[in-house]
Write a protein that binds this ligand. Structure first.
Ligand code: SF4
Length: 309
């Protein structure tokens, strides 16, 4: 069986920073450390940290007084920040800086009097956080059909921002629909879709071209992993989103199938290795890595943590 690995794949700079934040907090402050929401959407990462003494909570009321609390990479709204302040919790903020950038954009547009439209998935923690960071009503839209239901008077000053992990193509279509209805609307085009998401989407497109079947390693809760699977499916190739090697099914593969593998931005490389090991139990493997864009992005750790020496 031939296996082709996409490049880049797996952990992005925001996820590396978030996971390192939790690990350093454990080293420097000691267990237990409380994390609001899953630090990143990957069960393997979450379980590994839980075993080291991390407690994951959805509500800050579950955090004991004076305990250290970390906000996940997805970000939080002002209500959560204020709640932590009221409770005098010590907070490390692992919100990805690219998500914070979107918060800042939204606040700036609102301060200038624009009606802000957020393109994103209702209910996703990043979207809940972004909505909660903008001190004005924000309209959430996900697709072109929802754009058609907007009924702002023609001269309303409008600005849009986007969730960082959406499909570039889908978002472009939504932005174009907004511009068609409201030509004066301002916004960052698709530049809010983060570099890592864009690179992984370009890589899975290339991967789909040269594979018979695509495996995306990641969680069904990870928006960017789901998008990678959707892009591979849209290319016409059978595509599966799987958490690890135990989800691999023999019946997916025929004689000489070329299997493309990629991984979402919150998936550790060990899970890709696990999938490769499962494939190796089915047939001998020939492994090739596609050339792809190199990534050199690194983010500074949150204030309150010392870097490893
Ligand atoms: Fe940040 Fe992009 Fe990674 Fe999300 S996918 S954590 S926005 S770098």
């Amino acid at each position: 069986m031939k296996v082709i690995l996409a490049q880049p794949r797996g952990f992005c700079a925001g996820v590396i920073r978030a996971v390192e934040t939790v690990e350093l907090a454990l080293e420097q402050y000691g267990a237990p450390v409380y994390v609001r929401h899953e630090i990143v959407h990957n069960q393997h990462v979450v379980e590994g940290l839980r075993a080291k003494g991390v407690r994951f909570v959805e509500d800050l009321e579950e955090v004991p007084a004076n305990a250290l609390t970390i906000f996940s990479a997805h970000g939080v709204g002002k209500d959560v920040e204020n709640h932590a302040r009221q409770r005098q919790l010590k907070v490390l903020d692992a919100t990805c800086p690219l998500v914070t950038k979107v918060h800042n954009q939204g606040r700036q547009y609102a301060a200038k009097g624009y009606q802000v439209i957020l393109i994103g998935e209702a209910g996703h923690p990043e979207v809940i956080g972004t909505l909660g960071q903008i001190p004005a009503p924000v309209i959430l839209v996900r697709n072109v059909a929802e754009v058609q239901t907007l009924d702002f008077p023609p001269l309303t000053p409008l600005a849009y921002i986007t969730q960082t992990t959406l499909s570039l193509d889908d978002t472009y279509t939504v932005v174009e629909a907004l511009k068609q209805r409201y030509p004066h609307i301002v916004g960052p085009d698709t530049r809010d879709i983060c570099y890592a998401v864009q690179n992984r989407q370009a890589a899975v497109r290339e991967l789909s071209r040269c594979s018979d079947l695509v495996l995306v390693v990641g969680s069904v809760r990870s928006a960017n992993s789901v998008t990678l699977r959707d892009i591979a499916s849209a290319s016409g190739k059978p595509s599966y989103l799987i958490a690890n090697g135990s989800a691999v099914r023999n019946e997916w593969f025929g004689n000489g199938t070329t299997v493309g593998i990629t991984a979402g931005a919150s998936t550790p490389e060990s899970m890709v290795d696990d999938v490769i090991a499962a494939l190796a139990r089915i047939a001998p493997l020939e492994i090739e890595v596609l050339p792809g864009r190199e990534e050199h992005v690194q983010f500074r750790l949150p204030v309150g943590l010392a870097a490893r020496q």
